[in-house]
Design a protein around this ligand. Structure first.
Ligand SMILES: C[C@](O)(CO)[C@H](O)COP(=O)(O)OP(=O)(O)OC[C@H]1O[C@@H](n2ccc(N)nc2=O)[C@H](O)[C@@H]1O
Ligand SMILES: Nc1ncnc2c1ncn2[C@@H]1O[C@H](COP(=O)(O)OP(=O)(O)OP(=O)(O)O)[C@@H](O)[C@H]1O
Length: 281
């Protein structure tokens, strides 16, 4: 099962809860690329990690995949096991929700393997307890995200558009970025009807922003270089940070333009990670 990368096309910080968590308004979409979760019947729960970023992550009890599996088992009141394999294709702690997508894919795959039908509200509560981005990853489609991540509203059909994702290879922990944030709050940026094409989408996004950008650059200064490099690529309609970083994205009208931009970026920055993929329909 594909655990798609999550991209925050815009992200406004609209308030703060008394417990310190930030209230957000974000347009979340998914890219047609990500990690892979496979599950097979077994007596006990186990996790094997393979793939390009396997070395950056331990298959220990804290792994979001195993936390999701244990949480689902407890929720269903069963003692089943599963042999889970995670192909870690996305950089870790990079603002594209890899761990959250893995957790959501694990919940979906094990629900099918164990043939259980958990109560939806309880499943959503479990998702949120695993991470603020897990509920939207569980919904699995383009959404306006509110609250601290628990409010998911439909966006309507977005126009076809292609993404270039670029990461400078520096893990950027989400808590550090929220901690570094200064300044006030921004109004919500939701629109009533979706833009008609990629150019109109980029124009609508230009009027919005990612309120974590400055803080993320404080934590990982290389983000400034990544944003500039994406903005310089031909046919780039918009360059922006996703989530708390350090992954940034470019928007392009066509697949060929996004792929050409990926090659151009890697030619001058061979140490960076870059991938081109359409926004999932
Ligand atoms: C920045 C986003 O990626 C936008 O989609 C998410 O809000 C973060 O989602 P996430 O990585 O699943 O975050 P979590 O693991 O739940 O939270 C990590 C830490 O970030 C801070 N945090 C997170 C979400 C939020 N709405 N407000 C916060 O202040 C909290 O200090 C929290 O302890
Ligand atoms: N399966 C997993 N994949 C990635 N990270 C995991 C996983 N399990 C636990 N983690 C831990 O969770 C933290 C966040 O990782 P993740 O890659 O989800 O961050 P992120 O891309 O910044 O997410 P977000 O965009 O939701 O803030 C890392 O510090 C990592 O050690």
């Amino acid at each position: 099962m594909l655990a798609r990368a999550k991209i925050n096309l815009y992200l406004h910080v609209v308030g703060r809860r008394p417990d310190g968590f930030h209230l957000l308004d974000s347009l979340v979409v998914f890219a047609e690329t990500g990690d892979e979760i496979e599950v097979a019947p077994a007596d006990t729960l186990s996790l094997t990690i393979v793939g390009p970023f396997a070395g950056k992550l331990a298959a220990d009890d804290d792994n979001l995949v195993l936390r999701a599996a244990r949480g689902l088992r407890d929720l269903a009141g069963i003692t089943a096991g599963a042999a889970i394999t995670l192909a870690k294709n996305l950089p870790v702690a990079s603002g594209i929700g890899g761990g959250s997508a893995d957790a959501a894919a694990t919940l979906a795959a094990l629900t099918a393997l164990w043939k259980i039908a958990p109560d939806r509200a309880a499943l959503d509560r479990l998702a949120l307890s695993l991470g603020a981005d897990v509920p939207v990853c569980l919904a699995g489609r383009a959404s306006f995200m509110g609250g601290i991540g628990e409010e998911i509203a439909p966006v309507g059909a977005l126009p076809p558009a292609h993404l270039l994702l670029v990461n400078p290879g520096i893990a950027t922990p989400t808590p550090a970025v929220f901690k570094a944030r200064t300044g006030g709050f921004t109004a919500a940026g939701r629109w009533a009807s979706p833009p008609s094409d990629a150019k109109a989408l980029a124009a609508a996004l230009q009027a919005r922003g990612n309120d974590l950008t400055e803080a993320a650059i404080t934590v990982t200064p290389a983000i400034r270089d990544v944003l500039a490099a994406i903005a310089r690529t031909e046919h780039c309609l918009l360059a922006r940070l996703s989530g708390s970083g350090a992954t940034c994205f470019g928007i392009y009208a066509g697949a060929a333009e996004a792929e050409a931009a990926r090659r151009a970026i890697l030619a001058t920055n061979p140490g960076w990670w870059a991938i081109a993929a359409p926004i999932a329909a």
